[in-house]
Design a protein around this ligand. Structure first.
Ligand SMILES: N[C@@H](CCC(=O)N[C@@H](CS)C(=O)NCC(=O)O)C(=O)O
Length: 203
């Protein structure tokens, strides 16, 4: 398997999942500016949408969309408990969380980095994020991870989008549980390894 990634972006979540799952994988960096991979391939040939993450499978096929990739990886290593078993209500709870993070959090952060958006649109995205983060805060005030005791791929994804707050002036001071969640996840050895591999943390 190979993960096409760009440091610090949404591909951080599947990169964490690959390491937490203990899977063998390769990495190939993508320039989102030039839409080329580090081996010189046209990234549009790999994902016509031009965005990361993309997981190249062992048969050469490509899987796109973060929530699908995260669940695929979790299911390859069931003993790591990165996702509840398929077909259970708990699995749908996980999907509920992944959809929420993708559409209600990730896509509002995307507005903040998009230079084409007018200031008013960015102000509204800030407000929406502050409202949406409240439900994550409430959940994490009473349990260490989004699904309860186990660290799952939803935590990898939430950790990833929260890491953008510092750069995008999203104020986490009203959210103490989110800040301790960030610190807790940051301490995980596989998260440290991921951040180092992406050059986001000094060795
Ligand atoms: N729907 C996609 C969105 C992925 C996404 O927004 N990726 C961003 C990085 S966080 C990207 O590559 N943006 C570059 C672009 O859209 O040109 C998913 O859930 O995986």
């Amino acid at each position: 398997m190979k993960l096409f990634y760009t440091p610090g972006t949404g591909s951080l979540a599947p990169h964490i999942a690959l390491r937490e799952a203990g899977l063998d994988f390769q990495l190939e960096r993508v320039s989102l500016r030039t839409k080329t991979t580090e081996s010189g391939e046209d990234f549009h040939g790999i994902n016509p949408h031009g965005y990361v993450p993309v997981l190249q499978l062992d048969d050469g096929g490509h899987l796109t969309e973060g929530p699908a990739i995260l669940q695929f990886l979790a299911d390859l290593a069931p003993s790591r408990n990165l996702a509840p078993a398929n077909g259970t209500l708990e699995r749908y709870r996980l999907q509920e969380l992944l959809s929420f993070i993708a559409t209600e959090l990730h896509k509002n952060f995307a507005v903040l980095v998009d230079e084409a958006y007018p200031e008013e649109g960015k102000r509204m995205a800030h407000e929406r994020l502050a409202r949406r983060l409240r439900s994550m805060e409430a959940r994490l005030a009473s349990q260490p991870h989004l699904m309860g005791t186990d660290f799952t791929v939803a935590d990898a994804y939430l950790f990833t989008v929260l890491s953008w707050c510092a750069y995008l002036q999203v104020d986490l001071s009203p959210f103490p549980a989110l800040r301790s969640f960030q610190a807790r996840v940051m301490e995980r050895p596989q998260v440290q390894a991921t951040l180092k591999a992406e050059g986001l943390l000094k060795s």
